[in-house]
Ligand binder design. Structure first.
Ligand code: COA
Length: 257
């Protein structure tokens, strides 16, 4: 496993840490595979009851690595690390907790829709900047977010892609609870410890019952993936990502509506 994804198992809890703090934990292909491997290990290890996903340093994750997006555009419907990651988090059978310690961009926010419990530091910030990147939502978020908050509020988040704070994330339902940043790790550890004392079969089956919509989720991921993959290879995304690294605003005026 890459040291860009760290795992530690203690007292029935596996902590998976995205560990690329200098790049705000932007997720590379190797990191997607690292997380997939960790989740497979956690699912198979009968001593692991709960998994906590978090980020090193001050960020949760800046989302997909934008260099990878350009150099190795993933095939979201084929055998790519990204599609393996989306399948793994959306079907993970044990309890998955996210400890959002900082900025959560793109897939950093949409992956939360597949976690069972989400705790955020008061300093955490969330965004779904897909349109600004010339892209569409992924991780079945185009299905799950409107189902959670209705079309209008979802449209506001997805169309403008503006950053929102932890209190608003809790209001909207992305987050269970917001705690002071310094208390996040301890708060999540206490919640995870409570779960380890409960019946593992009851936890697994309760989650399974709540996730009975999984076939629709997989179908939407496929649909999103086809569009996302096509856009990723097009000129509007090239303009958007070029602009990010050149530290300027993208110019979409050259493209026909
Ligand atoms: N892919 C690749 N590199 C990234 C990245 C990403 N998604 N996000 C951040 N980085 C890199 C920056 O290029 C920078 O690298 P450098 O130090 O070599 O210049 C470093 O990480 C730190 O980022 P910086 O932008 O300086 O930090 P910040 O605190 O000012 O802002 C973010 C943090 C996350 C708000 C900002 O980096 C950002 O918007 N990133 C892009 C997020 C994105 O669009 N993700 C894809 C979603 S689908």
């Amino acid at each position: 496993m890459t040291d860009l994804v760290l795992t530690e198992v203690r007292d029935g809890i596996m902590t998976v840490t995205m560990n690329r703090a200098d790049k705000k934990n932007a997720i590379t292909l190797a990191m997607y595979d690292g997380i997939v491997g960790a989740l497979a290990q956690a699912a198979a290890d009968t001593t692991v009851r709960v998994v906590v996903l978090t980020g090193a340093g001050t960020a949760f994750t800046a989302g997909n690595d934008l260099v990878d997006f350009m150099q190795n555009p993933p095939d979201l419907n084929g055998e790519s690390p990204v599609s393996r990651f989306l399948a793994a988090i959306s079907t993970f059978p044990k309890i998955l907790i996210a400890a959002v310690n900082g900025v959560a961009v793109g897939v950093g926010t949409t992956l939360l829709l597949h976690c069972d419990l989400v705790y955020a530091a008061d300093t955490a910030r969330f965004s779904l900047p897909f349109t600004a990147l010339g892209l569409v939502p992924e991780a079945a978020s185009s299905l799950l977010v409107p189902a959670m908050i209705g079309h209008r509020k979802a449209a506001e988040l997805f169309l403008f892609g503006d950053q929102f704070d932890a209190a608003r994330a809790a209001d909207l339902g992305f987050v269970n609870e917001v705690v002071p940043a310094a208390d996040l790790a301890g708060h999540v550890a206490a919640k995870a410890a409570r779960l380890t004392a409960l019946s593992p079969s009851a936890l697994r089956l309760t989650k399974q019952l709540m996730k009975s919509q999984t076939p629709a989720v997989a179908g939407r991921m496929k649909e999103e993936g086809a569009i996302f993959g096509e856009l990723l290879r097009g000129p509007e995304v090239a303009e958007a990502i070029g602009a990010f690294f050149e530290k300027r605003k993208p110019d979409f005026s050259q493209f026909a509506a």
